[in-house]
Design a binder for this molecule. Structure first.
Ligand code: MN
Length: 192
């Protein structure tokens, strides 16, 4: 049985970047539904007892969609924090690798947002690590996760409309640009 993760911050902590109302729906309704659906679908599937990553890598159809969305949202919601409390820039090996590949953190952010804006339909933009420590930005459609490509997911922006429509309506680019204010780079570094 999977359960809804606890948020490491209060519902109002991400305002005005993500409103309490968006969290109420996105976390409290959408993610809860993915968790509930996954638990029902797993009964008698032969996949009970596996980790989320294992289920994502070994399933297809409805189980893949719900397990993928639980994994994606768990990584998404746990990477944020209150704007004035988060580590707002990467340091150490991760910062050095971004610098090496993109030339600057801002150039990396620009490409990441552009790939999120350019994703047609619903999905996710990801920063992941490859086995040799190099970094890669990928677009994943619908419920997919970079673990299906053998990558280690580090950072993600959700570009499904349910992630931003209440606060930003159709302005996906504006929403993605604002998200940098609440990304906790300490969490991203720990994943790397
Ligand atoms: Mn979502």
């Amino acid at each position: 049985m999977f359960t809804l993760i606890d948020l490491p911050y209060a519902k109002e902590a991400l305002e005005p970047v993500i409103s309490a109302k968006t969290l109420e729906y996105h976390y409290g309704k959408h993610l809860q539904a993915y968790v509930d659906n996954l638990n029902k679908l797993l009964l008698g599937s032969g996949l009970e007892g596996l980790s989320l990553k294992e289920i994502v890598n070994q399933s297809s159809g409805a189980i893949f969609n719900n397990a993928g969305q639980v994994l994606n949202h768990n990584l998404y919601f746990s990477q944020f924090g209150q704007a004035d409390k988060v580590a707002n820039a990467p340091t150490g090996a991760l910062a050095a690798q971004i610098q090496k590949q993109w030339g600057s953190i801002d150039a990396f952010k620009d490409e990441f947002v552009a790939k999120g804006v350019g994703l047609f339909g619903s999905g996710w933009v990801w920063l992941s690590a490859q086995a040799d420590g190099s970094l890669i930005i990928t677009q994943e459609l619908s419920a997919s996760n970079p673990v299906t490509k053998g990558l280690k997911p580090l950072l993600t922006f959700d570009v499904w409309e349910h992630a931003y429509y209440l606060d930003y309506q159709n302005r996906r680019a504006a929403h993605l640009a604002e998200l940098w204010k609440i990304v906790d780079w300490k969490v991203i570094e720990e994943r790397y």
